[in-house]
Design a protein around this ligand. Structure first.
Ligand code: SF4
Length: 406
């Protein structure tokens, strides 16, 4: 399995597969063709369906200034090698001098057709989560010991940089006010949620409100094309930072323990990415928010010092109860249902850890089984529910059907 370092990537929102991935592909294609005097980039599949709302053209043009962007919505997904396909063409004197099909495979990763993907080298002989648990059990080491051994020096510096970017996104999001771009007229809510205390608010309600505010803060930054960290994607980038930020800043857990927890969360995300998918275009929102929820549950269980079986069970519960979750972003924007969904997933991750504390010894379903189930469910899911905005809320939503009072 490859390094956990590509699970968390710093980049601009609102969508890792629609902005971060295409931007990285554009940079690379431009680097390969310095002689070209122009570029044309054609978007297919989910990129063509929701790329406008997700700002794909703008991201590509930041990597390839002046590139012509073509949306091909007439090609059925069954004729594409991947739901997120791009065709890059380098032009000179009006003629095409080079072309590459590129696939944006989720979380900001890309693969040029016929080449290996752009990930780091293989660093783990293990592939499933059970493989990791077995090594830890037989060698009597922790998951963090194993990751430090396989990843080598620099892992802690990487995690510290990532954690800095996650915290900065929470802090910026809590300060920001106004309306998100894109035409849905959706007000930012993180600041209000953070500052508005209910009458007679209990400690539990305060915790949920504050964590939700942190999740909104990051997700609203993402929707506003701000700098966020994929965890494992941009659309689901608010879940893990919200819970970890609360644990450090409101509950006093030291940064060193937060970094260890982030590593465990990344390991779960890496297993999902390796054996299934983290792409909404490939497997629906269960692959994005379900994965984020599972990673967060594992990270939190690790932070609480629970054993590896409890960590696995927390991650399994968190994924299992997101199975079947569709991707149906209204207007092709990463706002409704995405922002609220990040907050709900953060709370669900906490509930999953609470259950895992008590029931782990009676569990029947492994994390690996539920990951495979998620993947198969995603493959069975209609294209309408895989980041095309052709079904679900994206079809039913009518502006002004519910007055906004904020
Ligand atoms: S519905 Fe889920 S998968 Fe789809 S764009 Fe929103 S967060 Fe991403």
């Amino acid at each position: 399995m490859k390094s956990i370092r590509s699970v968390y990537r710093i980049g601009h929102g609102p969508s890792s597969s629609h902005t971060v991935g295409p931007f990285r592909a554009a940079l690379e294609f431009g680097r390969r063709h310095p002689d070209a005097d122009g570029f044309r980039v054609t978007l297919f599949g989910s990129l063509a369906a929701t790329g406008e709302g997700h700002g794909t053209g703008k991201s590509i043009r930041s990597g390839l200034p002046g590139a012509e962007i073509v949306f091909r919505r007439d090609v059925p997904e069954t004729e594409l090698p991947h739901p997120n396909t791009l065709l890059f063409e380098a032009l000179k004197g009006g003629s095409v001098i080079a072309a590459n099909r590129v696939f944006s495979i989720g979380g900001g990763s890309v693969r040029f057709e016929g080449e290996e993907d752009d990930e780091d080298r293989e660093v783990y002989p293990q592939k499933s989560f059970n493989d990791f648990l077995t090594v830890c059990r037989t060698q009597n080491i922790s998951l963090n010991d194993l990751m430090d051994h396989c990843e080598g020096p620099g892992l802690r510096d990487y995690l510290r940089e990532i954690w800095g970017a996650m915290q900065a996104a929470v802090q910026r999001g809590l300060q920001a006010e106004g309306t998100l771009p894109g035409g849905l007229n959706l007000a930012r809510k993180a600041k209000i949620l953070f500052e508005t205390r209910c009458y007679n608010e209990s400690a539990d309600v305060t915790m949920n409100r504050v964590i939700a505010a942190y999740a909104y803060a990051v997700s609203e930054e993402n929707a506003d094309e701000g700098l966020v960290v994929t965890a494992p994607t941009c659309g689901s980038c608010g879940v893990l930072p919200a819970v970890m930020y609360y644990m450090q800043h409101d509950r006093g857990f030291p940064e060193k323990e937060i970094l260890d927890a982030l590593a465990v969360g990344a390991l779960v995300g890496n297993v999902i990415r390796t054996n299934a998918s983290i792409s909404g275009a490939e497997c629906g929102c269960q692959a994005e928010i379900g994965s984020a929820c599972s990673m967060t549950a594992a990270a939190l269980a690790s932070l609480y010092g629970l054993n590896n079986e409890q960590i696995e069970y927390a991650a399994e519960i968190a994924m299992e109860h997101n199975l079947g979750l569709t991707c149906d972003p209204v207007g092709g924007l990463v706002q409704i249902p995405c922002i609220e969904r990040n907050a709900v997933a953060a709370m669900r991750a906490i509930s999953s850890v609470n259950l895992s504390r008590f029931l782990y010894s009676t569990r029947k379903i492994s994390l690996d089984d539920v990951i495979e189930t998620m993947y198969r469910t995603g493959k069975d899911m209609s294209e309408k529910y895989r980041e095309t905005s052709h079904g679900g809320l994206a079809r039913i939503y009518h502006a002004n059907s519910c007055p906004q009072t904020l």
